[in-house]
Design a protein around this ligand. Sequence first.
Ligand code: UD1
Length: 338
Amino acid sequence: MRVLVTGGLGYIGSHASIELALRKHDLLILDNLENSTLGVLDVIRQFTDSDVDFERIDIRDSERLDDAIAGFMPDAIVHFAAKKDPQESILKPTEYYDANVLGTINLAKAARKHLVRKFVFSSSAAVYGHAKEAPVNEDHPLEPLSPYARTKQIGEMIVADIFASQSGACAFALRYFNPVGTHQSGALLAHHQKSSNNLFPALMRAVRSDTDVLTVHGSDLPTPDGTGVRDYIHVQDLAVGHVAALHRLGDRSGMQVLNLGTGQGYSVRQVIDTFEETLGRKVRHEYGPARPGDPAVSYAATERSVAALAWSPGFNLEQMLQDEWLAFYGSPPERQER
Ligand code: UD1
């Protein structure tokens, strides 16, 4: 298949591009390099031994986007390009609406115009907000808590209304839970982002630093041990989920929304305990107040995605922690006896 991948040099996009190229799909990656580098393109080409095409294009530039699609004539589009930090989106909502909403409109319009029939959209579990149920299924009412989460909800509507409403068109909107880790081969190690405020990077920084301490956000939440519960999914599993989605797109018409998670919820306390038990290293931590807008519990109901994609994640929490370590420190962790 000829596959256009927007944001294909970013964190999830680069892992998905590797899995797609390994399966001999012809790729054109579009990326504006705002949060990625050309070094990632070299890795994808070398690791997969394939001539992945690339154009530096911002999806807000509708003319160049249209030209790229007209020139490549993809069979399918996988749309990762987006801004992704909920906290930043509160401070810079315009940028989020421009990149995530306008960009998705441009892409859906161009896809429709050039008769592309298959589309995979990167959505987020953030659309559920404070879900009333755990696990949360795809029919749960949406309550996005940040401009970022709202742009993802709107993106789903755009893809459904502009793209998937055409006869013969089909799309998946994939709601990601919490992607972590790096490709197990180590191919993308050098490009792993270490500065984010997500739990896994913060934990890794606290383990090796003399000064950094992990702040556990919230200790009296309505969860079994009082700390926040999330559904962590290895980024390589997530990438393979996209391959499955692409292969299943012809099975139906219209848009289907699917959760991509493991279906397992782990609390921050459990993540710390698992890390300490698996690697024999202490996580320096302290307890602080919950982050505003953070749901206490979020993990996926996976029945629908497992049935629709014939896919399920394979990495467990120990492996995710080991691969995050690998991404951070460049070599597999050696267990230390405490
Ligand atoms: C956030 C985004 C989500 C995005 C995901 C991965 C929100 C509402 N959601 O999810 O859209 O897909 O990142 O990029 O912001 N925690 C600590 N200490 C820390 C960091 C986190 O205790 O230093 C806790 C959090 O309170 C939460 C859990 O760890 O309970 C996971 O947090 P995090 O990794 O930041 O992801 P989310 O907030 O779930």
